[in-house]
Design a protein around this ligand. Structure first.
Ligand code: MV4
Length: 512
């Protein structure tokens, strides 16, 4: 077994790994930037090492330094979490070359799945269905026009090195194709340093359904079933669940078998996820493999009873998978990503100190978070404050439980997505499971514009009256201002600097 694990990450996932280590009697080592000196993941780990200033390029992304720290503290393995260095082939290789155990797939498997065109070829060769289209980059616009004609409009131009929707263009007719190809290539070159673009048939209104796999180093690969991740906005998932209302036991078996075939073909070891589109006719298409533990892994843990992070550690240590793949999910799990964003203001990032945090609890509730009362929320890292995850006997029970848990949650000091998530739990279409990847964008106006509750109207009226009173007192000067020296409250500054948008845009590509 492993003795000491260095966690090359921060926030909730770092804490998640600390917890897995502690339950297994493995020592944990946190690393932290200036911004995270007081963070819970640092306090909870057995040891913590400062690795640099706040920007991740100078701390959490400095792979060579992190490896040096691991050697110095006598760690025998590195867990990368998600984001940051987790899917960098060079880092997985460097960790191994340094004589350390990499808690993730072999560098070769990251390489084999990294390019979309290569992954499509691998899928095709192993009977894993892919979206109709090419598996080679386009040479020029003429070839794009000819290919699109073959598959029929609309088509989607995609960056071969792509991810997160960058370098992607929907094309609905031949006269749009040359312009779309140019801009897709430019965007791909900018984002990935590679302008290769290929063509797929555009699937309208699919669901995003992914399969969790677990593979050991002895050739055993199992599927742990699906997660439904369709509730997303601009490629950021907001709500995930397991199982999916759209997946029957028979479809689960076929998708699971396809994911296992792909993982085997890629030489995959450890926890990984195969992403699929599932169309309205029940046809599924492999998109890509995510070669890391994912943000949404807890919903799978709750319906399978399997601790995925502990199995990541066991598999990295060479242990074999000793149990059979679960035949069916047990009950229903839903995860809400609670972010420091203001949904009523275009999800504008919110910053400040968390003055008070009340964490939901009670039956079937799990809270995975890297913040607490007193934490400062800035723009340097991802805006996710916490994952609120619930388990219920069935979907309706899980939705009711999530609603109850969200009502218990108090986040004071920064704006949060709590209200937004409450309104989604109340939404008729969501409650029917009637969702697909464009659902949230389409439904957002009615969700964020939802009628305020009588309680909210009352609170707002009281707040307005208090403010008006305060302003009257301020205008009247000292004589009306109550206690001597009572501060004249200045007009609140714009809630966040405009540069928050630039910061967000910069970060968008890093977030998963
Ligand atoms: C697609 C698609 C429709 N048709 N491919 C977006 C990111 C990348 N991972 C794949 N993506 C898509 N590929 C075809 N042929 C629609 C999307 C897509 C999407 C997929 C999963 C989750 C959210 C999405 C949001 C917009 C578009």
């Amino acid at each position: 077994m492993l003795r000491k694990v260095l966690i090359a990450n921060r926030g909730e996932i770092a804490l998640r790994v600390v917890r897995a280590c502690r339950e297994m009697g493995i020592a944990s080592v946190a690393v932290y930037s200036d911004a995270d000196a007081a963070a819970p993941h640092v306090r909870e780990a057995d040891e913590a090492v400062h690795i640099g200033p706040a920007p991740s390029s100078e701390s959490y992304l400095k792979g060579d330094n992190i490896i040096a720290v691991a050697k110095r503290v006598g760690a025998d393995a590195i867990h990368p979490g998600y984001g940051f260095l987790s899917e960098r082939e060079w880092f997985a290789r460097a960790v191994r070359d340094a004589g350390l155990i990499w808690i993730g797939p072999p560098a070769e498997a990251i390489g084999a799945t990294g390019s979309k065109t290569a992954a499509r070829q691998l899928a095709m060769a192993h009977d894993v269905p892919i979206v109709p289209g090419t598996t080679e980059p386009l040479r020029d616009a003429a070839e794009a026009v000819a290919t699109a004609a073959k598959f029929g409009y609309p088509v989607l131009l995609k960056a071969a090195a792509g991810g997160g929707g960058k370098g992607m263009r929907v094309v609905r007719s031949a006269d749009e194709i040359a312009g779309a190809l140019d801009s897709a290539k430019r965007e791909a070159l900018n984002a990935f340093g590679d302008d290769a673009v290929y063509v797929e048939k555009y699937i309208e209104g699919p669901r995003h359904v992914e399969i969790q796999v677990l593979a050991d180093a002895h050739g055993t690969v199992i599927s742990l079933g699906e997660r439904e991740c369709s509730v997303q906005r601009r490629h950021q998932k907001m709500i995930e669940e397991a199982p999916s209302v759209a997946v029957s036991p028979e479809l689960r078996k076929r998708m699971g078998d396809a994911a296992v075939r792909f993982a085997k073909a890629a030489g995959y070891v450890n926890a990984g996820t195969c992403e699929f589109l599932l169309d309205a006719h029940g046809e599924f298409y492999f998109l890509e493999m995510n070669t890391r533990i994912q943000v949404e892994h807890p919903v799978t843990e709750l319906v399978t009873g399997i601790d995925l992070v502990q199995w990541q550690l066991r598999i990295a240590a060479g242990e074999a998978i000793t149990f059979d793949a679960p035949t069916a999910p047990r009950g229903w799990a839903i995860e809400c990503r609670i972010t420091a964003e203001d949904p009523s203001n275009g999800f504008f990032p919110s910053t400040g100190r968390i003055r008070y945090l009340h964490v939901p609890s009670g039956p079937g509730v799990r809270w995975d978070s890297g913040v607490e009362t007193g934490s400062d929320v800035g723009l340097t890292y991802d805006p996710m404050l916490a994952k609120l995850i619930v388990w219920g006997e069935d979907r309706a029970h899980a939705v009711a439980r999530m609603h109850r848990a969200l009502e218990e949650l108090v986040v004071d000091g920064v704006e949060s997505s709590r209200e937004f998530h409450l309104r989604v739990m109340e939404d008729d279409e969501f409650r029917r499971g009637d969702i697909e990847i464009q659902w949230l964008e389409r439904r957002l106006p009615s969700i964020v514009g939802a009628q305020a509750s009588p309680e909210q109207v009352r609170t707002a009226a009281i707040a307005a009256a208090l403010l008006a009173d305060q302003e009257r007192r301020a205008r009247a000067g000292g004589s009306l201002a109550g206690a001597p020296g009572a501060a004249v409250t200045p007009a609140p500054a714009a809630s966040a600097p405009v540069s928050a948008w630039a910061e967000r845009a910069r970060r968008e590509g890093l977030r998963r």
